[in-house]
Design a protein around this ligand. Structure first.
Ligand SMILES: CC1(C)CN=C(N2CCN(c3ncnc4sc(C(F)(F)C(F)(F)F)cc34)CC2)S1
Length: 488
């Protein structure tokens, strides 16, 4: 581990954002073991100081001139030393340079787990860093997983790494990261499964474990995860702008060093920050959302939903409704191969908001009669809408837990009825994924393209449906399911 070196200490007392960027740059460039505990304590200290007192409204113009409260070396050193003592006081360091064992990982998880405050509001902001752990004995579920990896780094286990789905975190360890272990809890009221292997049960088919295509982090990607977890919010409606600027500068540093290449959500986070306040003239935020989608397709066999909802949200905010429908149809094309389980509330809420808030809002605007170029005349918009709804229907099929209810059907019928018959007639439905559907029904490996040939298949589909004269939507004959849902 790089450790807290003299050249890092020389940057203290930290008074500017640019000094924090220098600390991260030296940790990321000078060693292949950036010190997770040090960086998490520094970031947590800055975030907590700048979001705890009413700091809103400070004029922020650049990383060099934005004044931060002084962050003293001694404060950081004391917390860093405390973390080392907590960990090495309970678990013996790895003197023989062996791989970690399940027992070791569980013991580090127990040290963190048993030292947390008995009961506190787990979803509160600013509970993700080691600063929160060491000064308040509170961590959120991501923070526990991160602390376990940082603890294993302190003990000298460089094989223990953070694994991230879109709503859960765990660790991999052993030769080639071949072993997995739960180290934190997920959701509310669920018994934690700490120490157990990942996704061996029916949860293997739930979105929560992304069909075993998680982001498996390097040390540098673990730094990207702690930077992504920075939460600039002062309260529900105001952000501390210097914290948001710091997060954006650090994400660009990680991007330029190539550490976001396989991390779609971090690229999406950078895209959201760039939409608000562009810092890089050459790279539009829309290009970042496309990059996140490409990464998910290339490295995770297109099993992730969020890259498409980052992009769909951007298009929606910028009134590009035809493009938003396409992004949301692509998101639905991912979820349809999963089975909905009780652990998937977060993505359920995401699709619910799109189907029952965003799409109805768009239909209201577009049918106000003043839109000359209305999407209501565009067959590809109707096709993408059907694809969006059909993916949700397929998501429900074969799942133990139902997805759709009358609350979905009303906005759905209302939306479809806004398109004229002649527009609807132009949509030709091709049923070309019967084998996928049957394999999901029969419970076999639910996407036979597990060996990552999404890219080839994607290119083939795109070349097939390039004919412009008609809109061919490749999806399932579940219009019956759709109308059945509507009549319920
Ligand atoms: C399109 C969206 C609704 C906008 N923000 C989204 N985020 C914000 C950032 N975010 C993330 N951004 C970077 N890395 C991670 S790792 C992670 C997690 F696996 F759930 C964990 F670790 F359990 F918290 C979440 C997450 C979660 C998804 S999705």
């Amino acid at each position: 581990m790089a450790g807290f070196r003299d050249l890092d200490k020389a940057l203290f007392p930290i008074k500017h954002i640019s000094a924090v960027v220098k600390l991260f740059r030296s940790q990321l460039e000078d060693t292949n073991e950036p010190d997770l505990a040090l960086l998490s304590i520094v970031i947590g200290l800055i975030e907590n100081q700048l979001t705890s007192r009413s700091n809103a409204g400070q004029l922020i113009d650049s990383p060099e001139t934005t004044v931060l409260p002084r962050f003293e070396l001694e404060t950081v050193e004391n917390l860093y030393r405390k973390f080392k003592i907590v960990i090495t006081g309970s678990v013996e360091p790895n003197k023989t340079k062996t791989y970690a064992t399940r027992d070791l990982v569980k013991r580090v998880s127990d040290v963190i787990w048993n030292s947390l405050t008995r009961s506190y509001y787990k979803d509160r902001a600013h509970l993700q860093s080691l600063y929160s752990y060491l000064t308040g004995s509170k961590l959120d579920c991501f923070g526990v997983a991160f602390a376990v990896v940082a603890g294993c780094q302190v003990l000298g286990y460089d094989d223990v790494h953070l694994a991230l789905s879109e709503d859960h975190a765990w660790v991999v360890f052993g030769p080639h990261g071949s072993e997995t272990a739960e180290v934190t809890w997920h959701g509310k009221g669920n018994e934690d499964k700490r120490g157990q292997e990942i996704g061996k049960l029916d949860s293997a088919r739930s979105w929560l474990y992304v069909n075993n295509k998680p982001v498996v982090c390097t040390r540098q990607m673990e730094v990207a995860a702690l930077v992504s977890a920075i939460n600039p919010s002062l309260n529900a409606s105001v952000d501390a702008t210097e914290v948001a600027l710091l997060q954006q500068e650090l994400l660009w540093l990680l991007y330029d060093l190539g550490h976001l290449k396989k991390y779609p959500m971090a690229i999406g986070n950078l895209g959201d920050l760039e939409e608000i306040s562009p810092k890089r003239p050459g790279i539009a935020c829309s290009a970042l959302f496309e990059e996140a989608i490409d990464a998910a397709r290339r490295f995770y066999n297109n099993q992730h939903v969020y890259p498409y909802t980052y992009q769909g949200g951007y298009y929606f905010r910028n009134k590009k409704y035809k493009e938003a429908f396409e992004s949301w149809a692509n998101a639905s094309d991912v979820i349809r191969l999963y089975n909905y389980s009780r652990d998937d509330e977060e993505i359920y809420k995401e699709f619910l908001e799109i189907a029952n808030e965003h799409i109805p809002y768009i239909m209201k605007i577009e049918s106000s009669g003043f839109e000359a170029n209305t999407i209501l005349k565009k067959s590809e918009c109707f096709a993408n809408l059907l694809k969006f709804y059909d993916g949700i229907c397929q998501w429900e099929e074969g799942s133990a837990t139902p997805v759709l209810h009358i609350g979905w059907a009303k906005p759905l019928v209302n939306t479809i009825s806004k398109f004229d018959a002649d527009v609807r007639a132009q949509v030709h439905i091709v049923c070309d994924n019967m084998e996928e559907k049957l394999s999901k029904k029969n419970g076999s490996i639910f996407n036979n393209n597990n060996n990552n040939n999404y890219e080839k298949e994607y290119q083939a589909t795109m070349s097939k449906s390039n004919n412009k004269d008609q809109t061919t939507s490749h999806f399932y004959p579940t219009i019956e399911a759709l109308t059945a849902a509507c009549s319920e």
